[in-house]
Design a protein around this ligand. Structure first.
Ligand code: PLP
Length: 302
């Protein structure tokens, strides 16, 4: 049985309950984060909390999470659930109001939820292998503020289901002819040795992994470009990757049932992923990175 953090209490999952009038439940009036931990250490914790706090501001909630306090809660969750490699889920809702009302009630007490679940390794270090994925493209049916990480994810779920029902693993979302991101990941494309990713704005989430991968690509001396990616250009990419905190840098080897590049993981991915894996290990061992612009957000742990 999992131990859940709910509003300052540690509860067994079956006992962790929120009101039916909680605005997170009624309106998806809530912001969330997903943060991976490796060997007991959270990866890019501060960056995730910063994004969560920015999200709370964007939805006009006068509340923010304190990094050290939440680091402690997150570490306690790992300990209480006896997990080392885990995915932490954090959610802050606007709170419970006695009636269902569309206006944003002031001075509610936010509902705070956190739990951890086991995170299986994405990359096999011994075999040097990763599970590559097949994607389809589909029209983005989400709202116009995809930069805010709200729990309103029904469109994402439907778009993922569309991929699964067509025999693929994920959907790359397209709006006004531009390929934007995956249903829960950011998009990268390699073409003519350039690494390209769509620019930040209201149509995509500012992924913590996206930011990290951009720094790695630059550090490896490759050309990194942030620009729009027309859907038709994707088909001719030599590589496509989808990035996220839990899935890391996932190579896409087939798009709309057509091979991408040679149909196996690409050379540029090999280099960037190798560096990502090295740094991930270094960071969670508590070393400060030698890379300018990438700081370890953890104290020295060993
Ligand atoms: N884009 C969307 C829509 C997401 O839901 C996610 C993660 O959940 C990402 C991108 C990747 O973000 P991160 O790298 O911070 O996990």
């Amino acid at each position: 049985m999992a131990i859940i953090y709910l509003n300052g209490e540690w509860l067994e999952d079956s006992a962790a309950k929120v009101s039916v009038f909680d605005r997170g439940f009624l309106f998806a009036d809530a912001i969330y984060e997903v943060i991976p931990a490796y060997a007991g250490n959270f990866f890019r914790f501060e960056e995730h909390i910063q994004r969560l706090n920015a999200g709370l501001q964007q939805i006009k909630m006068d509340y923010h999470l304190d990094v050290p306090e939440w680091q402690q809660i997150a570490q306690d969750l790992l300990a209480r659930n006896e997990l080392k490699n885990a995915s932490l889920y954090l959610q802050v809702t606007r709170g419970t109001y006695p009636t269902r009302s569309h206006d944003l009630p002031k001075s509610l007490t936010p509902t705070l939820i956190a739990f951890v679940s086991e995170l299986p390794p994405v990359y096999d270090h011994e075999k040097k292998q990763i599970e590559s994925i097949r994607a389809i493209t589909a029209e983005d049916i989400r709202w116009n503020r995809c930069d805010i990480k709200t729990t309103g994810l029904l469109a994402n779920c439907l778009l993922l289901q569309q991929a699964l029902e067509s025999g693929a693993d994920d959907t790359i979302l397209v709006r006004k002819g531009k390929a934007l991101e995956g249903t829960a990941s950011n998009l990268f494309m390699v073409k003519n040795k350039q690494v390209i990713t769509p620019p930040l704005g209201q149509t995509i989430l500012a992924g913590v992994t996206r930011e990290f991968v951009i720094l790695l690509v630059k550090q490896l001396g490759m050309e990194m470009i942030e620009r729009d990616i027309p859907e038709e250009e994707l088909v001719n990419a030599s590589e496509i990757w989808l990035t996220s905190s839990n899935k890391e840098i996932r190579p896409v080897v087939e798009l709309n049932h057509v091979k991408i590049g040679t149909g196996i993981v690409g050379e540029v991915w090999e280099q960037v992923n190798q560096r990502y894996q090295e740094l991930k290990f270094n960071l969670y061992r508590g070393y400060f990175s030698e890379i300018e612009g990438i700081k370890s957000n953890e104290p020295k742990l060993r």
